[in-house]
Structures are given as C-alpha cells and as structure tokens.
Design a protein around this ligand. Structure first.
Ligand SMILES: [Zn+2]
Length: 150
C-alpha cells in the first residue's frame, strides 16, 4: 500500500484514497473498452459461409484476409468442380462463362456465371463477402441470398 501512496505522492504531491479507487475504476473501464473493440473486430470471423449464385461458398480467415474460398453443392455439400475452359476460347466478356458442376450429384451443373473465368468468379465472390463485412449486412441472413435469386 505504501508504494501506491508514494506513487500518487510523486505524481500529484499528495495522496487520498479516492485516487486509488479512481485509478482502479479507470483501468477496469479501459480493459472493458479494449475487450469490446477486440471482439467487435473479430465478430465477422463467425461469418464463413454464404449462398451466392445458387451455390454455397465457404472460406476461412487468416488475420483479416479471406483464404480457402471455394464453392460447395447446396444439395449434397460436396466441393464443386469449376469448368472455365470455355473462357479461353472466347474474347467477348459476355460469352465468357464459368460452370460449377457437382460430381457427386452426377455431373450436374449447379450454376453458371457469365463474365469471366474462375479467378474472376473468386474475385467477385470475395468482393461480395467483403462488402457484407464492411456494411455488416452479413448479420441479416435473409439478404445473403440476393444474388442467387437473379
Ligand atoms: Zn451435389
């Protein structure tokens, strides 16, 4: 206790018990604020799947980067095959099409995305995910499926 007293006397020139209590309360508030900020910035990490373009997308986070993003069958949950061979034979953006196929469901086409190859598709899905993290709309689960209704 005497060290604490000395600490306050060194800074303020005198010591009263309210100083100690005020310091303790300030530290508790500060820690609570830090925990709150930390939890808030981590909160979106629970958001790791979304339904877009009629299929399920899953991913992980490394720090705040989205990694291992891939699409899965909405029926059986298998990882989908991505066929973008067709994109290389055409230069017209509107005819560049990527097909998402489920082997497990019997080579069934689950979705087709017009506009580019698999890199393009992964980029736009990543963009959609980041947009939802940024404006916090990922919390409204009903809005997650908007693009697959198109
Ligand atoms: Zn399937």
């Amino acid at each position: 206790m005497s060290y604490i007293k000395l600490f306050f006397i060194n800074i303020f020139g005198y010591y009263e018990s309210w100083m100690l209590w005020l310091s303790v309360v300030s530290v508790i508030i500060l820690v609570a604020i830090l925990i709150y900020i930390f939890n808030r910035s981590e909160e979106h990490k629970k958001f790791n799947s979304i339904s877009l373009y009629k299929v399920i997308w899953k991913w992980q986070y490394k720090k705040n980067r989205i990694i291992s993003l891939w699409c899965y069958c909405p029926e059986c949950g298998s990882a989908l095959l991505c066929d973008d061979e067709y994109c290389r034979s055409t230069v017209a953006l509107t005819s560049k099409t990527t097909f998402l196929i489920c082997k497990n469901c019997g080579d069934v086409e689950k979705s087709r995305i017009v506009g580019g190859d698999r890199n393009y598709l992964l980029k736009i899905v990543k963009f959609e995910i980041q947009k939802r993290i940024k404006n916090s709309t990922y919390k409204n689960r009903s809005e997650q499926d908007e693009s697959s209704r198109v």
